[in-house]
Design a protein around this ligand. Sequence first.
Ligand code: SF4
Ligand code: SF4
Length: 101
Amino acid sequence: MSNKPAKNREWKQETYENEKGTFTIFFDLCKGCGLCIEKCPTQVISWSENLGFMGTPAVKPRMEGCIVCGMCELVCPEPAISIIRKKKKPTPIQDNTPQEQ
Ligand code: SF4
Ligand code: SF4
């Protein structure tokens, strides 16, 4: 038996980004249940070449269609997906008050 302390574990992960935010998948935490694929409202999640901890494929998003809604993170039974929405840029205030004539 080795008495060496366990090395800090590095989680294998991949982050995908679009103008709305980021999608991070932690491959070692994905069990390949497919719930995120089923529930994504825009159907942009598919199986990945990377394997999860059960030896089954993990998932990856197609960010062009991702609306960063967070549904996949919500339904995932493991903490395998992290969605971070980018802050909206402040929009210039428009004065829509009708002008008196
Ligand atoms: S954040 Fe929403 S749109 Fe993007 S992959 Fe997840 S469920 Fe689909
Ligand atoms: S819901 Fe979570 S555990 Fe299931 S396939 Fe998607 S990322 Fe993997």
